[in-house]
Design a protein around this ligand. Structure first.
Ligand SMILES: Nc1ncnc2c1ncn2[C@@H]1O[C@H](COP(=O)(O)OP(=O)(O)OP(=O)(O)O)[C@@H](O)[C@H]1O
Ligand SMILES: [Mg+2]
Length: 284
């Protein structure tokens, strides 16, 4: 039988600190590293010779103007797109030629990658289904009701982690926008990612929701690594330990927020599109 009680995990706040995993062969604690990563679309170079290094246990920001290649980078890292050139190493392995499901199994997961939210199911059911899928379960809703019940305690823990306990019995479709993103994060957490990729988690949110998602990202980053694409520089400055700035597919600068925001080339790249980068953590 599929079900029984899934093993219990500590909620995120109680997670063991940094996970070291298999690859601690890297003395600097790099979890993800690309070399010469390049993606061309019919001659147009969307990602060009990118060398990205993400340290284990950090929140790493990937920022840059529209069309800089951030989402394409995510698609390359999660194997949704094959690179034209270059290599990707994750956790000590060359994953350049792996399939999305394989890298997801290794714990490199993009939010909304596998676990779409089903609007007609309740919030709790969505997370239960995500947990079942994470364990390789089928979508056989007929037989699996009992099995799904077994995932309920863990599902409730995940809902608590993302602040959705009160919404457990609500239909996912009726959630306000910001809460929907939180549910998406919960379904991603069901996969037990060791490294999470979040593409603009605060896009289109109200000020209040932005604050909530920031707190949530900080919480889920405990015990794992987060790579974050984000346009809101208040969020970037508030969350990111390290930042890589992309423009036109290339790495323009790398460093802490304080470092990259002082960089003249970065300022120029942002000038006109987001002068906020030159100021101290302005409103997004
Ligand atoms: N499948 C594709 N075919 C052709 N061109 C593409 C494809 N995907 C992306 N591009 C182009 O590659 C460039 C980078 O796009 P990408 O979506 O990665 O940028 P981004 O940094 O995520 O931008 P945004 O901040 O607007 O989300 C853009 O010029 C885009 O038009
Ligand atoms: Mg994008």
């Amino acid at each position: 039988m599929q079900g029984g009680s899934p093993p219990r995990h500590d909620g995120l706040p109680g997670w063991p600190g940094r996970q070291t995993g298999v690859a601690s062969e890297d003395p600097q604690g790099t979890i993800l590293e690309t070399e010469g990563l390049t993606k061309e679309f019919r001659g147009f170079v969307a990602v060009s010779d990118v060398a990205l290094k993400v340290r284990r246990g950090t929140i790493h920001g990937l920022i840059g103007p529209n069309g800089a290649g951030k989402t394409t980078c995510f698609n390359l890292l999660t194997k949704f797109l094959p690179p034209t050139r270059g290599t990707i190493r994750y956790d000590g392995r060359d994953i350049t030629n792996m399939k999305p499901a394989e890298v997801a199994r290794l714990g490199l997961v993009r939010s909304f990658q596998i676990s779409a939210v089903f609007p007609h199911l309740t919030v709790l059911e969505n997370v239960r289904v995500a947990l079942q899928r994470a364990r390789g379960g089928s979508f056989d809703f007929w037989r699996s009701e009992t099995a799904l019940k077994g995932f309920e305690p863990r599902a409730m823990e995940l809902l608590e982690d993302v602040g959705l306990t009160a919404y457990a019995r609500h239909t996912a479709g009726e959630l306000p926008y910001g809460r929907k993103r939180a549910l998406e994060i919960a379904t991603t957490l069901a996969l037990e990612p060791r490294m999470m990729l979040l593409d603009e988690p605060t896009a289109g949110m109200t000020h209040e929701d932005v604050g909530r998602i920031m707190a949530l990202v900080q919480r889920v980053a405990k015990g794992r690594t987060v790579l974050l694409v984000e346009h809101n520089l208040t969020v970037v400055s508030g969350l990111c330990d390290m930042i890589t700035v992309l423009t036109r597919g290339r790495v323009l600068a790398e460093g802490t927020y304080a470092e990259v925001s002082r960089n003249e080339e970065v300022k120029a790249a942002y000038l006109g599109t987001d002068p906020a980068l030159q100021a101290e953590a302005p409103h997004g």
